[in-house]
Design a binder for this molecule. Structure first.
Ligand code: HEM
Length: 138
């Protein structure tokens, strides 16, 4: 399955008006299913909540601009080495991300939409993990 930018954009647009309820759902889901990652997020969760979703918004908006997307993801990946994130954390974060999107997208969430987000998150994981691993190795 390939990434369908139209489906990604329409589902993200359906979720966006729900604002901070989406981020709250995402973190509750993540920490409930993976209590061990909670400690990585320190006390800064409120600022952090908005930044993760702002970064996702940038990716969705720039989806057709591969160079920018890859640059943004490489920068994020390098910085995540300093947060203690590991490549094996990505599936858990992706599962909670998709759960939050599915919960708030309503009718915009279809099997095709889910497959498209799964493919996009696969790319995010690949590029961020590679940059993170490289950075962690020094
Ligand atoms: C879709 C993938 C992800 C995106 C878009 C994302 C985005 C962000 C952004 C924008 C920040 C704010 C700081 C910065 O810009 O460098 C951040 C911080 C952080 N992220 Fe991620 N992230 C992702 C995946 C992950 C994963 C897999 C983990 C592992 C558990 C993680 C853990 C953290 C931590 C611990 C912080 C610092 C929080 C703090 O300041 O307490 N992120 N992330």
């Amino acid at each position: 399955m390939t990434i369908d930018p139209t489906l990604i954009k329409s589902s993200f647009a359906a979720v966006e008006p729900h604002g901070s309820a989406v981020t709250a759902y995402f973190y509750t889901h993540l920490f409930e299913h993976n209590p061990d990652v909670r400690k990585l997020f320190a006390e800064h969760l409120n600022e952090q909540q908005d930044r993760l979703w702002a970064a996702l918004g940038t990716l969705v908006n720039k989806l057709d601009d591969t160079d920018t997307v890859v640059n943004v993801l490489q920068g994020l990946g390098r910085r995540h080495a300093g947060y203690g994130a590991l490549p094996e954390h990505f599936p858990a974060v992706g599962a909670s991300l998709l759960a939050a999107l599915a919960h708030f997208a309503g009718d915009a969430w279809t099997p095709e939409t889910e497959a498209s987000w799964t493919a996009l998150y696969g790319v995010v994981t690949e590029v961020m993990s590679a940059a993170l691993t490289e950075e962690a190795a020094g």
